[in-house]
Design a protein around this ligand. Structure first.
Ligand code: KG4
Length: 336
């Protein structure tokens, strides 16, 4: 079954063709980063307009690169939640038109379910159940993936997402946007115990997380140093910060994994590219005996191949949408 997949939830326009959920025939991504960089963050209205400009050409390119004709597309899958509402709506409306014109079913896909599915693209043998740490610019959650389309959130952030935290701190340091990857690169060779940063605990909800205190502490440290005319040792600051984020995430996902007992741990989302978090998960799983799944870096950030993959399993579960399909800025992953 060939699925044409569309993704437009934030600042990447993406189209892909995926066969039977696991074989990527094509994957095209058009990043808007350059346009948003001068503002230091995504400007929603500009993002929506850029998606409109890019989406038709990008879909044609994905179809061309797949080697398939339009008649060989069996369904259209699209991210319909969560995300920037205007941006998601562009993809949803385009996908409705495409499905109607091609005369094929339309499949709505939850964006974070798509990120989780990136693991199936990297590991053809991986099947649920497993516990997955979902970390991106908008989401930080520990998810019990009981089945491809049956998920439960075991813990989530009470405030900022981990990616957002990386981005804000990097912006104040002036080291680039989005900030996660440059912070990660900067941390190499730094001393991760040089700066003291807090790890938050949510009393009574041990798997929940909080990053706003860490973000504020990091920003205060930077401002204090600036006011005193002191130079921060940047690699050590980035390493200390990366360690604090990782130590807020990894022990919790391991606790969830031990509690569920599936023996399988995965990670998903843009922040899943972080080398410190990947290394800490590797060490933790080596200790616990859990098998660890780390998606290839090209599938960690936003892309449409992951939507085509998850779309296949949603289709098998009977999920369909009509022209009444709406977009949602927020939506619980357990609802799909
Ligand atoms: O999944 P994604 O591409 O978009 C969302 O759905 O949010 O995630 C983007 C986030 C950004 O916050 C970015 O800074 C972060 O992922 N990110 C990283 C790294 N690469 C991207 N964070 C930490 N370390 C990285 N290597």
């Amino acid at each position: 079954m060939n699925i044409l997949a569309i993704e437009s939830s934030c600042d990447d326009t993406a189209a892909a063709v995926v066969r039977n959920g696991r074989t990527v025939l094509s994957s095209c991504v058009s990043s808007q980063i350059e346009m948003h960089r001068i503002y230091g963050g995504v400007v929603p209205e500009l993002a929506s307009r850029k998606h409109i400009e890019s989406i038709t050409g990008l879909t044609d390119l994905a179809l061309e690169q797949s080697g398939l004709s339009k008649g060989q597309v069996d369904a259209v899958a699209v991210t319909y939640a969560p995300g920037l509402i205007g941006a998601v709506l562009v993809g949803v409306n385009f996908a409705k038109g495409a499905a109607m014109a091609l005369g094929v079913p339309l499949i709505p896909v939850h964006h974070v379910r798509g990120h989780i599915a990136a693991n199936y693209l990297t590991y053809p043998e991986l099947e649920p159940p497993f516990v997955c740490l979902c970390v991106s610019g908008g989401t930080t959650a520990i998810v019990d993936v009981r089945f491809y389309t049956d998920m439960e959130v075991l813990g989530s952030t009470r405030d900022d997402a981990a990616g957002e935290c990386f981005d804000k701190v990097a912006r104040v340091l002036g080291i680039g946007y989005p900030g996660g990857a440059p912070m990660d690169a900067l941390a190499h060779g730094g001393d991760d115990s040089r700066y003291e940063l807090p790890r938050a605990h949510v009393q009574g909800a041990e798997l929940d997380m909080s990053f706003s205190g860490l973000k504020t502490a990091a920003l205060n440290l930077i401002h204090n140093a600036q006011q005193k005319g002191e130079e921060l040792e940047l690699p050590s600051f980035a390493a200390s910060f990366g360690r604090a984020v990782s130590e807020s995430l990894v022990p919790r996902v391991m606790e969830a994994a031990a509690e569920r007992g599936y023996g399988k741990v995965a990670i998903a989302g843009g922040v899943a590219a972080n080398s410190r978090i990947r290394a800490d998960l590797q060490a933790a799983c080596a200790g616990s005996g859990d098998r660890l799944y780390l998606p290839e870096l090209r599938w960690c950030g936003d892309n449409a191949a992951m939507i085509g993959c998850q779309g296949y399993y949603e289709y098998l579960a009977g999920r369909r949408a009509g022209l009444e399909l709406n977009a949602y800025a927020t939506r619980d992953i357990s609802l799909g």
